[in-house]
Design a protein around this ligand. Sequence first.
Ligand SMILES: NC(=O)c1ccc[n+]([C@@H]2O[C@H](COP(=O)([O-])OP(=O)(O)OC[C@H]3O[C@@H](n4cnc5c(N)ncnc54)[C@H](O)[C@@H]3O)[C@@H](O)[C@H]2O)c1
Length: 392
Amino acid sequence: MKKVGIAVLGLGWMGQAHSRSMLRIPSLFPDRDVQPELIVCADVDASRRERAVQDFGFLEAVEDWQQAVNDPRVDAVWVTSPNMMHIPMIEAACAAGKAVFSEKPIGGKPEHAVAALAAATAAGVKSGVGYNYLWAPLVIHAKSLIESGEIGEITHYRGRFLSMYGSDELGLLTWRFYLDQAGYGVTSDILSHSVSMAQFLAGPISEVVGMKNMTITHRPIPQEGAAGHYGRGKPEDPKGLVENEDFASMLCTFESGATGTFEASRTMVGPESQNAFEIYGTKGAIYWNLERLNELSVYRLTEDLSSGFTTVFGGDRFPYHGAFAPGQANNIGFEDLVAIEDLAFLQSLVNDTSFSPSFTEAVDVVNVQQALINSWETRAWEPVISLAPEGN
Ligand SMILES: NC(=O)c1ccc[n+]([C@@H]2O[C@H](COP(=O)([O-])OP(=O)(O)OC[C@H]3O[C@@H](n4cnc5c(N)ncnc54)[C@H](O)[C@@H]3O)[C@@H](O)[C@H]2O)c1
């Protein structure tokens, strides 16, 4: 079994999720070819560095992420910092010849994902991007149903990611709300998940027209320590300006000729984490919603027109599910998808096989994002043009 030494850059929500995955992978996947080893964690927050060593068992935790990247014991770097830190970290990891797995969206603006792909290609290192929902066992099953023609030709795709993480006016002004730390708002943060899912299931998007909105313009400034994603301030706390969009929507056309509609919001009240799709074909339909991660709704048109939606529960008959829970309808959760993607990426490193979604697929997402941004300006349909560097 080959060992892979790992550096994690940023031990917030996702840095912890990936670190926990590395610890769980050996017991979850006994048949693996790879042994992940948590070598070094970098974080600017001292209490998180302490946790890295004490609770996660990293050999070391450092303040300077460059030190972690250049550590000779490190073979692969996980980038789990705020968006606008992704690119310097990815470029340094590539320059040091390390494989790199970055959380989505890769930077905060389209050009950042493009730069990441250029750096990985130039260095000849493997890359991965954290579009973790593509690894949900029932999403993989949905893809196989589509590919085997179960719902016929896709005619329409509805994608949405409606989250309540910013719906509280006292929700803290964390890095996600600043242009220089997050880049764009929901289009980078969560519409990117919907677009990656759509292109995974229904193929490339070729043109879009869309709109954006901002609904909460000021938020409390965090007063102490590292502010968590779901942290809440007090009414008397000083407030600062939100700099990027809370809402985005778009109409699109797929290369196949199918139509699509997309919505993403971080401030709507009601949908708590509704990362969902509805796919309509000539012979059926498929629905999935993260809020019900372990259920897939499938409609198959029957000759006698007695059709109806059927609920398929998750279970060990679907890919990866049995690693977490045996049998049927014993549920898996968010971090299990992170463990699956981490295992798949690690396996691709030791077996030298291709991995998707990589920085190539991250650029496929920002190609659509750029067309949407263009359409905010022109208020017209915009073509999706490949931004991938030559030769990619
Ligand atoms: N795939 C998913 O489902 C998912 C979910 C949440 C976040 N994300 C992505 O993960 C990334 C991190 O988001 P998060 O919610 O974990 O953020 P977070 O704020 O919880 O954590 C970020 C961490 O980075 C650290 N950090 C900041 N600057 C640093 C620097 N210069 N050097 C080292 N560490 C530094 C912070 O102290 C913090 O511990 C983002 O790109 C986000 O888009 C993905």
